[in-house]
Design a protein around this ligand. Structure first.
Ligand code: HXC
Length: 257
């Protein structure tokens, strides 16, 4: 591969990751997954990280899926290892302690849709196309789609998408809650950059605790999840952000987080 599979641009802790395999519509092969894993490991170790934007190179695709050419001849054990590699990397993205925005600029299929689902926010161009077309290839989603999709859009719609393999447009993706926002491609870059910057400007401790409460709470019964919320809410009062945020309100000024 001539290009680096993941391009990293760092603007003072606001980090943009671009999956750079445009000739294959940014399909996720082992090299891309390994590069993404290594990049995320580096980001995790930083204490100045504020927000991450992830996208695909070019205007045609975010990510058109896992790499079909690489998968075709895999044995079940090799397929399992491939899926586990991606699941580990996507989990790393999902649990970054900062907001992660997926900028979806075109095809967002299979593993690409699963990557968007592992992000906190998804903003899409109005020509974006979404789907979990794995059944059309004789398999099922393996990068988290059967689990994260129903958690985001509900089981009925998730079953529709994973059993038909049908593609949906950006308007439908917005309607079912798969993405947060849709806009013309010409406006998307600027919007997503501004959103990421804005999210990165919020208090990092509060954002980290909010993310943890939402993510971890989903896998617990309501009472346990509410107890988790209470713990994280109380924890906020141990840090400097709560003092600054509330003082700023009472002093009629902007907080400095
Ligand atoms: C490998 C891919 C690819 C993929 C596209 N390409 N998607 N290569 N894996 N997922 C390659 C094509 O082979 C082609 O290479 C080049 O990208 C351009 O694609 P075209 O098909 O020529 O473009 P177009 O006709 O515009 O069609 C775009 C498309 C189509 C509708 C997105 O490419 C498509 O259907 N792609 C596959 C989508 C899919 O089924 N995704 C799910 C994969 S399974 P050449 O060399 O010919 O130019 C999956 C499972 C996850 O994600 C879990 C696994 C454990």
């Amino acid at each position: 591969m001539s290009e680096k599979p993941i391009e990293v641009v760092d603007n003072g802790g606001i980090v943009r990751l671009t999956i750079t395999r445009p000739k294959a519509l940014n399909a996720l092969n082992s090299a891309v997954l390994e590069a993404l894993e290594a990049t995320l490991l580096e980001l995790e170790a930083r204490d100045d990280l504020r927000a991450v934007l992830i996208t695909g190179a070019g205007e045609k695709a975010f990510v058109a899926g896992a790499d079909i050419a690489e998968m075709r001849d895999k044995t079940p054990e090799q397929a399992r290892a491939f899926a586990q590699k991606a699941l580990k990397t996507f989990k790393r993205l999902e649990t970054l302690p900062v907001p992660v925005v997926a900028l979806v600029n075109g095809f967002c299929l299979g593993g690409g849709c699963e990557l968007a689902l592992a992000s906190d926010w998804a903003v899409a161009s109005d020509n974006a196309v979404f789907g979990q077309p794995e059944v059309l290839l004789g398999v099922i989603p393996g990068f988290g789609g059967t689990q994260r999709l129903p958690r985001r859009v509900g089981p009925a719609m998730a079953l529709d998408l994973v059993t038909t393999g049908r593609k949906i447009d950006a308007a439908e993706a917005l309607r079912i809650g798969l993405v947060n926002q849709v806009m013309p491609q010409a406006n998307l870059e600027a919007y997503a950059e501004e959103l990421t910057k804005q999210l990165g400007g919020n208090g990092p401790e509060a954002v980290r605790n909010a993310k943890q409460a939402v993510h971890d709470g989903q896998d617990q019964d309501l009472d346990s999840a509410l107890a988790l919320e209470t713990s994280l809410f109380a924890l906020g009062f141990a840090g400097a952000e709560q003092k600054e945020g509330m003082n700023a309100f009472l002093e009629k000024r902007k907080p400095n987080f």
